[in-house]
Design a protein around this ligand. Sequence first.
Ligand code: ZN
Length: 430
Amino acid sequence: MIRSTAFENRDTNVVNKFLLISIDCWRYDALSRTNPLFNTPKFDLLTQEFSLAEKFFVSAPATRPSHTSYFTGLYPFEHGVYGQTYLKMFEDIPNLFQIFSDAGYHITGRSERPEVFRFLDFEPFITSIDPNAQAQHLGSLEALIQHLKQPSNIPQFCFLHFWYTHGGYGMSGIPDAPSLKWLVDNGRTDEALRFYYAAATHILEFKLVEILKQLKLPEWAVFIFGDHGEGICEELIDHGSTLNQNVLHVPLLAHIPHVRDLEFPDAPLSAIDLFPTILNLAGMDVDYQGYGQNLLSSSEIDKDRLVLSELDSLYGIGFLSKNNLEMPHHRVTSRTTVDNVEINKYSEGVRLWSLTDGEYLYREDEETGEFVYRHVLNGEELTCEDPDRFRDAYDDLLVNSNYQHLQVQESTTEETKILEGKLRNLGYIE
Ligand SMILES: [Zn+2]
């Protein structure tokens, strides 16, 4: 699959140190550049040369499908992790960890919640931030920072995942800590947001600062992003149950060696764009035929592009159960079966999809056809004059995907039925 590696490429602009930092639940307004309430002077200084993508969207509102898209450049319907509780990916999909590992890179994958990646192809590459800590948020960063400081000539691919910003926001154990849902329901959303913002501030202003200041940044391509945001609004408090603008719109901060004042295109950008961007920077020629675009070739990105997000909660949204985490790998016999028996369905499960042009978001329920149309930044509900524009664009993405052969690989009867119905409506099959 890989036809050349960074070692063979003599182009001096080739980058061979990559740091990807994922902050769980990091939504667009949890950053000083977008929110004057944010007080992160050290982080702001360290990242002042970083560029912010203002129209950047995740492919899914949950940790597992979203990270799988970041690492494969594919939408959930293409990589198979349609929702949080789909157990595995479709087979034989290249992911960044494996590609860089095969190319001889020194790999670091550390998470404050590594078990959330269980059964995914890249699981073996991701361990705890501090293996000696019982509670990861109480752990030390020292060993990790030492690990990142390899000699200059060693190519590196690093992924760090911070979980402290996930539901709870460090409030558990505090006597009389309020429920954020109660605060929002009682018109005190600003107060609820302060707890969430405080957790994000801690990660940016302490953990990221301590890590970034010890690296020789001119050598590193750094991408800092959310895997999804967080609702903290009337529609939802957390993230997994619907496609909401607060959940899908996240910051992407990027720093590329040799590139000053990187300007992101005005088109909407997607998490799937990181895969081709990173491989391109590394000078690697990987056979990638997904919808992701190289962010450094902004003139080639269609400004009328619409980017997709998907939610499938047919098997629930609570992957992190003891049952799943302690199950041996061999018992997972497919994406949705354990010991060849289908896992339990979730009675409130839904399948939703949304498309955005960066300014407005269109969301539709795949089973009922109900839709909403909203402004991304202020959440205002609008009348959608032409839902067919979005339905057609969605159908185009499905039928033109170069990864349809993977769906046939291992679809449940229900998935096959939905896909066939769609293709039949479009006249592709009788
Ligand atoms: Zn997450």
